[in-house]
Design a protein around this ligand. Sequence first.
Ligand code: MLC
Ligand code: AMP
Length: 525
Amino acid sequence: MPTNHNLFAALRAAFPSDLDSVAVETDHGLVYSWRDLDRASAMIANLLASLDIAKDPDGMPPRVAVQVDKSVEAMLLYLGALRAGFVFLPLNTAYQSAEIEYFIGNAQPAVVVCTGQHFPWVSQLAFKAGTCHVFTLNDDRTGSLLERAAHCSDQQTPAQRQPDALAAILYTSGTTGRSKGAMLSHGNLLSNAVMLKDYWGWRTPQQGGDVLIHALPIFHVHGLFVAIHGALLNGSKMLWHGKFDPKAVIADMPRATVFMGVPTLYVRMLGEAALTRAQAAHMRLFISGSAPLLIETFNDWQTRTGHTILERYGMSETIMLTSNPYQADARYAGQAKRRGGTVGFPLPGVGLRVQGEDGQTLGAGEIGGIQVKGPNVFAGYWQMPEKTAEEFTADGFFKTGDVGQQDASGYVTIVGRSKDLIISGGYNVYPAEIEGTLNDMPGVAESAIVGVPHPDFGEVGVAVVIAKPGVVLDAEALLAALKAQLANFKIPKRCFLAAELPRNTMGKVQKNLLRQKYQDLFASS
Ligand code: MLC
Ligand code: AMP
């Protein structure tokens, strides 16, 4: 039998030998053993495999698109999809119907899973797009998915997969045009997880064990891959939080060792009096990523808890790329210092270079575009060969769209982005998408969205809208209209009406001037 490179096979092999020990404990008091994870994911895999699905014209494995609230069963659906050899396509629960319609139309999933509440409109969109199977899954373990899976066998052998077989598609918006589906393979995901296991010093049960507090959403790289793979690949228990609540996470620290969060989560925990050195004493590692961690947050966390946050950097297309060291890194003169304001060293196996505008590789300390290569880097965008080609260099490096530098000792710092992107509370918001939606509204001549500093979300969008001649617009009504069409985190926090947008001599909107104008808008909030 050839080696099976199905990611699930590797995760399953790392389950502790005592399958009846606790794998997940939820904030609702539910307890799941490793055996539960194994059996339930087998049943879901068997259900998926039993469905009548037409052969894909391009020979791609069937996709399962999922827009459900966070629950352990939602994670089991991910594991079941891997086991069955299906491609998992997670969708943010905040997405509205127009957004979902696009993803379903683009990815052509054979199976769609949504909440019971959204079933009426999601199923309509799915059936219209040709999907034959729509199931429901609610965060209280009800819904047709589990009802149907209950009739399936709890024994299953993971589908045979090669490392380059597609495992997941993550949609990321673009600076222009529609969202692109980043195709990640079993090999991309597994190689990154195996490397992080070592780099972050995960401790298997035989080594004393780790316990992860899982408080992130599970439709993005951070919560779905980095956190879940980390825990499963080490046989580590997860304390499962359905929604991030700073008080609840702090309360769990004495019985946990690892926490992963976006900067907003750290900022919110710092606002709690219960966050003390004593409360955090049992923790081994705090990891931050998905958005820049302010140096103030890094320093305040150190003062309050005695722990130095480990900041790392990654993206949907590549999973994790760089990390501050957990312990001395022999590749970089044995340096062990976690430097605030930096995202650390390129991870083992990741090739990283900084390129200038003329395509030349820049030296230490010089600022340019960050480009990467490695076993973690995705194969391309779903059915977008031209976009894929644009984002890779001739010698196979992926252009991240992030701008930064690597200093002489190896530390990488991100100083900006060449892509017009706002990262708000760890979610990506693309101004082009919001401007396009605003510009289509009656009476709107044009608009600009800029990101400005925000004490809670790090950065938030602000809209500047110009009315068509003779039209009187209402800023609040525009925001309300946007909210009906787009996910709530994309809605600008403020909207200003103006007579014109500042432009340079080439006619290009000078967003830097708008950013300057509104930079203190939330300073005191
Ligand atoms: C919520 N709101 C946001 C927001 N989240 N606004 C801007 N940015 C956000 N991130 C708004 C909602 O629109 C709503 O507004 C109000 O806040 C309350 O909504 P909520 O859902 O109750 O918010 P809350 O639960 O407090 O959520 C905040 C949060 C959440 C920080 C916990 O955003 C979150 O979990 N962020 C993590 C995102 C993440 O996992 N990113 C990883 C990407 S992976 P209104 O007006 O409707 O009431 C990646 C790669 C890598 O980037 O390197 O990891
Ligand atoms: P996403 O497409 O959601 O995966 O977001 C990826 C983007 O998040 C990257 O291209 C970076 O711009 C940003 N990002 C991730 N981690 C960090 C970090 N530690 N510091 C700054 N930006 C980050």
